[in-house]
Design a protein around this ligand. Structure first.
Ligand SMILES: [Ca+2]
Ligand SMILES: [Ca+2]
Length: 370
């Protein structure tokens, strides 16, 4: 009897605990469903806000890209206007490059934060390596301030060589790269400067899978294929050389050229033949820089002046180097680099386009969008 009542108690308690377990499982399961639904809801709302933010960014990015594009059109119109109503005797300087400022107009008014109707704006600006590091300048930059690797001839190999040695590249390495750059684009298969240059035979012997181009460079980046142009050398060349124009004789604009470019040109004739040495290169350079900077002594301000022999107090040796430089000097430039930075209205989202245009026919010879 006792046994039976014990069994029934156990059954009862088992029954109770079973009921409890079932309702407990249902409760826990319901809670999990709620938690999962909450997680999904939070996830969805987060995803929606991420999608929304991404959508806004994409919209702002395209607004910025259109602003940058508007900047290119604006600069082209300025170049065109300057050409049609400008004084034909005008020359291009570092400050007034491609476009002259109107009376009383500041360089900021001409090129900085030019607004568009939708609230976005653009700035025409470029960066340049100076003795005091990289500086930003407003306006356009001519290509004639650089060494044209398509126009340079075998007899000018020294100019390219000095462009490298003046930047710390060893004499031998500089000579190999310079001669090979000339061989790459000259139409013949004759090696420049004996063993220094490189034509098809060299590239074949290296198993490089390509031959000497024997045609003009289409881009500065193509230099990477040339014998002796190591990544280090390419880095030192890329901002100081141009491939425009692809034809014609070698010219630079000494009003705008970087000091290292002018130094490379004149250094290539220094020696007993001209009775000059390094000291004259430096003193000539100082005088040119002083004249170009104008009275305030600062480059890229309204008082900047073009180079003119009558304004330069030169001694006989400096004159020898100066006349050599003047052979190549083209004070009016033809190819202008426009770098336009577009900024979207409400958000600080930027976009940049760089174009190089030919001022003669307004053709675009280079276009790059970041
Ligand atoms: Ca060749
Ligand atoms: Ca100045």
């Amino acid at each position: 009897m006792k046994m039976i009542s014990l069994n029934s108690n156990i059954k009862k308690s088992l029954l109770l605990s079973g009921r409890f377990n079932r309702s407990g499982i249902i409760l826990v399961a319901s809670l999990w469903v709620v938690i999962i639904l909450v997680i999904i809801a939070v996830g969805l709302s987060h995803k929606t806000s991420v999608d929304l933010a991404f959508g806004k960014f994409v919209f702002a990015k395209s607004q910025a890209a259109y602003a940058a594009r508007a900047g290119i059109s604006y600069a082209l119109r300025e170049i065109r206007d300057n050409k049609s109503d400008g004084n034909p005797a005008d020359v291009d300087t570092h400050y007034a490059c491609g476009v002259n400022l109107k009376d009383g107009q500041s360089i900021e008014q001409k090129w900085k934060d030019i607004p568009l109707e939708n609230g976005s704006h653009f700035t025409i600006v470029y960066k340049e390596q100076t003795d005091h590091g990289i500086k930003k300048y407003l306006g356009l930059a001519d290509e004639e301030r650089k060494i044209n690797i398509n126009a340079i001839m075998p007899q000018d190999v020294g100019i390219l060589k000095f462009l490298l040695t003046l930047q710390g590249v060893g004499e031998e390495d500089a000579h190999i790269a310079a001669a090979s750059i000339i061989d790459w684009k000259d139409p013949d298969e004759e090696i420049t400067d004996g063993s220094y240059g490189a034509e098809t035979e060299f590239y074949k012997s290296q198993g490089s899978g390509y031959v000497a181009k024997n045609a003009p460079f289409d881009s500065v980046g193509e230099l990477r294929l040339v014998r002796g142009v190591t990544p280090e050398i390419f880095d030192k060349l890329k901002d100081l050389v141009t491939v425009f124009p692809k034809e014609g004789r070698f010219q630079i604009n000494a009003n705008t050229a970087s000091p290292v470019v002018i130094k490379a040109v004149v250094s290539s004739v220094v020696g007993p033949a001209t009775n000059t040495d390094e000291a004259e290169v430096l003193s000539l350079m100082d005088k040119i820089i002083e004249l170009r900077n104008g009275e305030d002594g600062v480059l890229h301000t309204a008082d900047d002046r073009p180079i003119d022999e009558k304004d330069l107090p030169l001694n006989a040796k400096e004159k020898t180097l100066f006349y050599y430089l003047m052979q190549y000097h083209a004070p009016k430039s033809r190819f202008f680099r426009i770098t336009s930075e577009g900024v979207a209205g409400t958000r600080q989202v930027k976009s940049r386009i760089t174009a190089v245009v030919n001022q003669e026919d307004f053709s675009t010879v280079y276009w790059f969008q970041d």
